[in-house]
Write a protein that binds this ligand. Structure first.
Ligand code: DSN
Length: 412
């Protein structure tokens, strides 16, 4: 979009920056596990006039006039979400994953109640009880970690902590755990201590929607997610729950935690759910998994350590210690060559979160661009050349990454 095409007062500053971002995304390869490239239809819905409309409340019960279309849009998003995940109830208003979690917590918890969630440095999320998150300030958090030897969740330890702390809410979910979660075991642990169980599927939501990994829907009381990661929708959140919690959940989201819903984003969520209901999305999910598996194997072949030895989802956690580089150094090298990745703590990491000993890679975005196993094998080789050779490899690797990006354009 040119600044001139935006109307009589072209804002060069902003639209030139947007053009720069378009170019950055097109010319680089994004391997950030929480990012993806949504469709032009999703973006068109987000850029629609719906952004101008206030619709506080829920379909049929709004505090503003003129919500006839808004109601249809939100109803459509809700019904598609329920169909996609086989859920009894869906709230599509949560602005983000963190808002979704707070909305779900506060529908059945009171300040001071206990929350058991995965520690941030073990792969959990800020909103699972981190001390400086509202989830850790409002509630009394206990955090479970992972076995530092295997990198896996020790469910016996989660059970022990649950029995000791008797939380009101048990949370399962992650932002950097490359394996599947045992939803049934977590449910059993929650039941043993009379707790609610929340499954945060922010990362694998698209894989679950595609039916290529197990779903916690029907097992957990609440299932929260973001809609922009593997689910490939607009930036936002969503909450599914059993019908018995529907009323409490809705009033916890609005008026509890938010005012007016973002109707333009809700419309874009509806579009993304519609896309995920197509048969092609299952193929996409299978390819994301296969690509991650191939990427992990190829990296192992280049002498990288991979946390847990591989992956069952879209995430590959690379332990850089055998290569003698920190995550921060590796991230900077990759970025200069056009490979966008993020540094990440690994189990038992001796380094701080701003330095780290690891990298987190994800295959959702390159798979959207049509890359397959061959591409993953090549990326592993390029990553190795960069990390082993450093500056001397920069020009050649950078040129090849630009070629790969050009050969795999963003969705249009
Ligand atoms: N920032 C997200 C991620 O990268 O996993 C979690 O909120």
């Amino acid at each position: 979009m040119s600044p001139e095409s935006t109307g009589p007062y072209p804002d060069r500053q902003v639209f030139d920056l947007i053009a720069q971002e378009d170019q950055r995304q097109a010319e680089c390869l994004t391997l950030i596990a929480s990012e993806n490239h949504c469709s032009p239809a999703v973006r068109a819905a987000m850029g629609s006039l719906l952004t101008d409309k206030y619709a506080e409340g829920y379909p049929g019960r709004r505090y503003y006039g003129g919500c006839e279309v808004a109601d249809q849009i939100e109803d459509l998003a809700i019904s598609r979400a329920k169909e996609l995940f086989g859920a009894e109830h869906a709230n599509v208003q949560a602005h983000s994953g963190t808002q979704a979690n707070l909305g779900a917590y506060l529908s059945v918890m009171a300040p001071g109640d206990r929350l058991l969630g995965m520690a941030l440095n073990a792969g959990g999320h800020l909103s699972h009880g981190f001390s400086r998150s509202h989830s850790g300030i409002l509630f009394e958090p206990t955090r479970y970690g992972i076995d530092e030897g295997t990198g896996l969740i020790d469910y016996d330890e989660v059970e022990r902590l649950a029995k000791e702390r008797r939380p009101r809410m048990v949370v399962a979910g992650f932002s950097s755990y490359p394996r599947l979660l045992d939803w049934k075991r977590m449910r059993a642990i929650a039941d043993e201590v009379g707790a609610f169980f929340l499954a945060d599927i922010a990362h694998p939501a698209g894989l679950i929607a595609a039916g290529v990994i197990d779903s916690p829907v029907g097992i957990a009381d609440f299932v929260t997610m973001t809609t922009h990661k593997t689910l490939r929708g607009p930036r936002g959140g969503m909450i599914l729950c059993k019908e018995e919690f529907a009323k409490k959940l809705d009033s916890s989201v609005f008026p509890g935690g938010q005012g007016g819903p973002f109707l333009h984003v809700i419309a874009a969520k509806a579009v993304a759910f519609g896309e995920a209901l197509q048969p092609g999305f299952k193929v996409y999910g299978q390819q994301v998994l296969e690509n991650a598996r191939v990427l992990a194997e190829a990296l192992l072949g280049h002498g990288f350590e991979i946390v847990t030895g591989g992956t069952d989802n879209h995430l590959v956690m690379v332990d850089l210690r055998p290569k003698g580089l920190s995550g921060k150094q590796a991230e900077a090298l990759c970025l200069r060559a056009g490979l966008v990745v993020n540094k990440n703590l690994i189990p038992g990491d001796p380094k701080k979160a701003m330095e780290t000993s690891g990298l987190r890679l994800g295959t959702a975005a390159p798979t959207t661009r049509g890359m397959g196993p061959e591409g993953m094998t090549e990326i592993a080789g390029l990553l190795d050349r960069l990390i082993t050779g450093g500056e001397s490899e920069m020009a050649v690797v950078g040129a090849r990454i630009r070629e790969l990006a050009a050969a795999h354009p963003l969705p249009q």
